[in-house]
Design a protein around this ligand. Structure first.
Ligand code: B12
Ligand code: SF4
Length: 301
């Protein structure tokens, strides 16, 4: 990438490292190397440090738990000195600036928009609905302005990274209408949905017309006892209806299935895989059941 690491280590006062669980070991390695080779401070934050702050604190000078925007400056400038700093959730999401893609060093065809934080549902295994509590929405004008910026920049694809883009169906419809009306559609737009989107045909039509034609749906399990145990609020019939509705409106489904919830048997897992095939899900995304246990995450931050 043409980065001069020696110079970077020499000239930098504070390194900020973000990580999720999958790349936390790499984040810790980087933090340890920075401490070894320079006098710079290391601040870490993100999904993994939020849930494992004490572990992260063994590698970082300071750890930020939760949302970082409102505290990062105080921490960098040394006004907050605690080892583990509790973040503050943004109340007005429109205050967050749009991401600066000009500093990306790798070519990229897809832009990511996150139009809400959190999710109004409370499935027991879900980290993000707790990390980003309460559920908050950006104004539609603000979201459209960001999408317009990406359109002008020439991005071919768009991803809505909201945990549940269709949680507020009327709002999702209005965003789709604006995208269509204002010429802001892309080759394809990905989003995270929920089986209940199948109950609204107008929504499905608008999603299709706005090219939101690839959705990840949390199916989780085809065993009703397992679904009840994680408080998913959906039944097998809801899952079937969602599969059929997406097929009808040409929306491709990524079936997100947790293989190995406590109540699941091997047969249930096999059934889940067969089911994903039967609704023509084009990708099956298994999740690690390790921490998928009722009550293994705190209910809120
Ligand atoms: C976009 C996204 C991706 C993108 C981009 C990832 C990225 N680096 O942002 C892609 C597609 C690459 C991706 C991949 C994966 N992802 Co992903 N992803 C997301 C998603 C949907 C949105 C991320 C986001 O923008 N959030 C919004 C911003 C505001 O939140 P944030 O990034 O956490 O940042 C805030 C705070 O955490 C904090 N903060 C963050 N970093 C730092 C750093 C410092 C120094 C400070 C002070 C504060 C701070 O302040 C920020 C502002 O408030 C999240 C779900 C979610 N809602 O977060 C899942 C999520 C992060 N992904 C997840 C997973 C599991 C993965 C994969 C492992 C999936 C897979 N099986 O391949 C891969 C791993 C990729 C890798 N490199 O290792 C999990 C992580 C769970 C965990 N325990 O860590 C999440 C939470 C989804 C979920 N519900 O399970 N992902
Ligand atoms: S519906 Fe999805 S995002 Fe919402 S709480 Fe459940 S798992 Fe989390």
């Amino acid at each position: 990438m043409g980065v001069n690491y020696k110079k970077l280590l020499k000239d930098t006062d504070v390194f900020c490292i973000s990580c999720m669980t999958s790349n936390a070991p790499r984040g810790y390695q980087l933090a340890d190397t920075i401490h070894e080779k320079s006098g710079a401070r290391v601040i870490m934050g993100g999904m993994h440090p939020t849930w494992m702050p004490e572990e992260t604190a063994q590698h970082a000078d300071q750890v930020i738990v939760g949302e970082g925007e409102k505290v990062i400056l105080d921490v960098v400038e040394g006004h907050r000195k605690e080892k583990i700093v509790r973040g503050i959730a943004l109340t007005d999401l429109d205050e967050a600036p749009f991401p600066d893609y000009s500093i990306l060093k790798t070519p990229c065809e897809a832009a990511n928009v996150i139009s809400t934080r959190g999710c109004p549902f409370r499935c027991t295994f879900c980290t993000t609905s707790r990390m980003f509590a309460p559920y908050r929405q950006r104004s539609i004008d603000n979201v459209i302005a960001e999408i317009r910026m990406y359109k002008k920049m020439g991005f071919k694809y768009l991803n809505f990274e909201d945990d549940n883009f269709t949680a507020d169906k009327e709002r999702a419809k209005e965003i789709c209408r604006r995208m269509i009306r204002e010429g802001l559609t892309f080759k394809e737009t990905f989003f995270f949905g929920r089986t209940d989107m199948a109950d609204d045909e107008e929504l499905l039509q608008l999603l299709h017309d706005a090219h939101l034609t690839r959705v990840l749906i949390g199916i989780e399990s085809l065993n009703q006892a397992a679904l009840n145990s994680i408080h998913k609020g959906q039944n097998i019939e809801n899952i079937r209806r969602a599969g059929a509705a997406c097929e009808k409106y040409h929306i491709r489904v990524i079936a997100s299935i947790v293989l190995g919830l406590d109540e699941d048997t091997k047969e249930d897992m096999d059934r889940s895989v067969e089911f994903a095939k039967s609704i023509h899900a084009y990708q099956l995304q298994p999740a690690d059941p390790e921490r998928v246990k009722s009550g293994s995450f705190p209910q809120s931050l």
